[in-house]
Write a new protein. Structure first.
Length: 368
């Protein structure tokens, strides 16, 4: 004889045991965060910085759609873990960026949220002490304050967006955004990208597939309706118009690099088929360099050579660069000042010479 659901419920009730908990079985605690409004009121963007963000977004858009023949260069540490060192880097980068302003639109990479392959430090917002104390309110305040500090040097900033609700705390300061290789196929991240106010790049997937990034651009370019929260942190229904300023970032994949002329042409053909502008940003790091900062410099040189020889399929370059070359393990103890705690970065002197080469490459491309 088969039991109906009603019989099951009756039997469970008759046993008289404690009522089973069906919620929060694996949750240790839930505590409130400050609302985006609170943080924005504590640290307002202000008119001067807002005008830098707005004008640099326009410049990046124009480069990505081909009406401006410069290159966007996103350069900075793999992750920000020490706000003083990040500001120090910004102060040194700002005059270099100014010197190259006619050829390069330099945006400082300011990544506060790290997507992990399995587990690991998830960035300054998640665990600012790098000691598993997870003081997210402090992380949000630190992130916003260093973003404002970098804008005060005259540099625009670029971030990866990972947590679906974190952009509300910082996105007003951001000129360019990225969706990473591990989330490029995620509907939640595509919805988020459809609503942010800045140009945004989708990385190819970690297995090297480029089509998922193009699909990401198409989804983010479309109107979307989804779950979110409002500026007071209250659950909200969000309805977007779609973000027209999306592009693909080639970062290599498990099969190896994907920044050759042939790879760029193949990506351009797929983009054209999807009705999108046929140009890409090339990430010189990650799987394009095998995460070696030494190889990264060679990759950046090869990209510069392609641009110099007239390649118009490249509109942007990403570099992972900090004050000191290499990487170290994250942690609360003594760290080397200005060195990455995630992927290995090039030092600033190497970066400066690569920026010179990229600027010279744009000048030669113009002549062709
Ligand atoms: O950019 C940083 C890393 O490549 C990315 O966060 C993945 O790191 P992991 O494989 O060490 O977790
Ligand atoms: C995590 C990053 O890259 P990817 O998503 O390409 O691995 C990054 O740029 O920090």
């Amino acid at each position: 004889m088969s039991l109906s659901l009603g019989d099951d419920i009756q039997r469970a009730t008759q046993t008289g045991g404690p009522r089973a908990s069906t919620s929060d079985v694996h949750v240790r605690s839930i505590s409130p965060l400050p609302s985006p409004r609170e943080i924005l009121e504590e640290m307002p963007l202000g008119d001067e910085r807002a005008s830098l963000v707005a004008s640099s977004r326009d410049e990046v858009r124009a480069i990505l759609d081909g009406t401006d023949d410069r290159l966007v260069v996103v350069t900075g540490p793999c992750s920000v873990h020490d706000t003083e060192a990040a500001l120090d880097y910004a102060q040194r980068l700002a005059p270099i960026a100014h010197a190259h302003r006619d050829e390069l639109r330099i945006v400082m990479r300011m990544y506060f949220e790290k997507p992990r392959t399995t587990v690991g430090w998830k960035g300054l917002i998640n665990d600012p002490g790098m000691d598993e104390s997870y003081d997210i309110p402090r992380g949000l305040r630190l992130a916003r304050s260093v973003l404002l500090g970098v804008l005060d040097t005259g540099l625009p900033v670029g971030c990866e967006f990972l947590e679906p609700t974190s952009p509300q705390y910082i996105a007003d300061t951001v000129t360019w955004g990225a969706i990473g290789a591990r989330t490029t196929e995620s509907q939640v991240h595509r919805q988020l990208a459809s609503g942010v106010s800045m140009p945004i790049g989708f990385k190819n997937a970690t297995d090297g597939t480029v089509q998922v990034a193009i699909d990401g651009c198409r989804a983010a370019g479309s109107a979307q309706v989804f779950f979110g929260s409002d500026v007071d942190g209250k659950a909200a229904l969000v309805s977007t118009t779609g973000n027209p300023d999306t592009h693909v970032i080639l970062r290599g994949g498990r099969g190896g690099p994907n920044y050759s002329e042939a790879d760029i042409e193949a990506a351009a053909a797929l983009l054209a088929k999807a009705g999108l502008p046929a140009s890409v940003m090339v990430d010189a790091s990650h799987a394009n360099s095998g995460k070696s900062h030494i190889r990264q410099a060679e990759v950046a040189r090869e990209i510069a050579a392609m641009v110099a020889s007239g390649n118009r399929g490249i509109s942007g370059v990403m570099l992972e660069s900090f004050l000191v070359a290499g990487r170290q393990e994250p942690g609360p103890g003594t760290l080397v000042y200005g060195q990455s705690v995630t992927d290995a970065c090039m030092d600033l002197a190497t970066t400066e010479s690569l920026l010179d080469e990229l600027a010279a490459a744009v000048i030669s491309r113009r002549k062709q």
